[in-house]
Design a binder for this molecule. Structure first.
Ligand code: SF4
Length: 245
């Protein structure tokens, strides 16, 4: 497995940004809404989350105090469109109990902690794993914690920069070991990876010819002297599937 350097990772970011433009994440009005969205988006797509958030907004339940006043069944019913709604209602309950018990219900107070301490605190809340914790750190607290998801693993393993079975921490280290700890950069980068994952890097039939990281784009960048893109790599799973070998 090749190790990507800073220039290569920035070239990928720049190619995605040039193709898709700024993604303006996270689509939420408050840090608490980001936290709620980060839990609701587990194992579902964002459109379903939007419907659940719209229900919460219509019920005026998008503050910790208002959500705490809801009965667990009422909360579960409001978030039903997000799927696994009873499990997610329980997870929101754990977050709310933590906020109330440790921070007097104040999101601002909770998010004031430094990154390592806050990450550890979030991971200690039942139902919050690394991806949810990093999403909250980056998009609610504005801290430089790189978010890894299935799209990240798929795109970067197909380009030979991480193993397909790499752990969350290993994939995260690909970025954090090479890039500056810069929250706006991490914010945009993750959002762009999601965009290319959805639009081009599909699980079965990746649309490499139309992709900003594909061979066409790589050729154009090479001839214009822009940063090199890691495509195609000998032995990559995409090349094999597309019959190049
Ligand atoms: S070039 Fe192909 S493998 Fe690479 S990100 Fe785009 S669709 Fe995925």
């Amino acid at each position: 497995m090749r190790r990507a350097g800073r220039a290569e990772l920035l070239a990928i970011h720049d190619a995605l940004l040039a193709a898709f433009g700024p993604q303006r994440w996270w689509p939420a009005e408050t840090p608490f809404e980001v936290m709620v969205g980060a839990i609701l988006t587990q194992n579902t797509n964002w459109r379903n989350v939007e419907r659940a958030i719209a229900n919460l907004r219509a019920a005026r339940a998008l503050t910790p105090a208002a959500m705490l006043r809801l009965a667990p069944e009422a909360l579960a019913e409001l978030i039903r469109p997000a799927g696994y709604f009873r499990v997610k209602a329980a997870r929101l309950g754990h977050l709310l109990a933590h906020l109330r018990g440790r921070h007097r219900g104040s999101v601002a107070r909770m998010l004031r902690a430094p990154l390592p301490a806050l990450r550890e605190e979030l991971l200690g809340i039942n139902g919050i794993g690394p991806e949810t914790a990093d999403s909250i750190l980056l998009y609610a607290a504005g801290l430089p914690s790189f978010v890894v998801d299935a799209y990240t693993k798929r795109v970067f393993s197909r380009h030979g920069l991480v193993r397909a079975d790499a752990s969350y921490t290993e994939v995260q280290a690909l970025f954090t070991s090479a890039l500056p700890a810069d929250a706006p950069l991490f914010n945009e980068y993750h959002a762009l990876i999601v965009r290319v994952g959805k639009d081009c890097c599909r699980p079965r039939e990746p649309r490499c010819d139309a992709c900003p990281l594909g061979p066409r784009s790589a050729r154009t960048r090479r001839s214009s002297g822009a940063g090199r893109l890691p495509f195609p790599l000998p032995g990559s799973s995409v090349r094999r599937r597309r019959g190049h070998r």
